[in-house]
Design a protein around this ligand. Structure first.
Ligand code: HEC
Length: 126
């Protein structure tokens, strides 16, 4: 299975271009980048079927909806839509995906972290 990995941080990367504060970057990287970027930090179960397939499916579908690595390639309107959608997914507790959190408790956002993230995203003025 080809891996979703890249050593480069592209110029079109969301966190890179918006110059987010370090704590915001860490939250989004830890909680969202595995499925929504061109660089997955593969866990041990990434070598174990059927978990590996499930993860790959999440990456494929997740990137289809939102790819942080190529965020700047979206039109301005699309970027605003994606940011609004991030806010609602986070506040509804839909993202990060529940199945993922079973294996990645470190990706779970506390209420306080969710609040910080949402506030930050709202400031981007979507
Ligand atoms: C385990 C993989 C995974 C993780 C981790 C993950 N997502 Fe997703 N995300 C998906 C998948 C799969 C979809 C598409 C299917 C769906 O909506 O359930 C998606 C869809 C989305 C969408 C588009 C929803 C829409 O229809 O508008 C947004 C926005 C999003 N995710 C934001 C986030 C944010 C923000 C985080 C981190 C806080 C995150 N995701 C973490 C897999 C993931």
């Amino acid at each position: 299975m080809p891996k979703n990995q890249s050593n480069e941080v592209p110029k079109t990367d969301f966190l890179q271009t918006i110059e987010a504060p370090v704590n915001i970057q860490q939250m989004i990287k830890a909680s969202c980048y595995d499925c929504h970027s061109n660089n997955t930090n593969y866990p041990w179960y990434g070598r174990v079927r059927p978990f590996a397939w499930l993860l790959q499916q999440h990456i494929d579908e997740g990137k289809d909806e939102l790819n942080f690595s190529t965020f700047q390639e979206y039109s301005g309107r699309m970027q605003r839509e994606k940011i609004r959608s991030m806010i609602s997914q986070i506040s509804d507790g839909k993202m990060p995906l529940k199945e993922y959190l079973w294996m990645h408790p470190e990706a779970e956002l506390t209420n306080d972290e969710k609040e910080q993230l949402i506030k930050y995203l709202e400031k981007l003025n979507p």
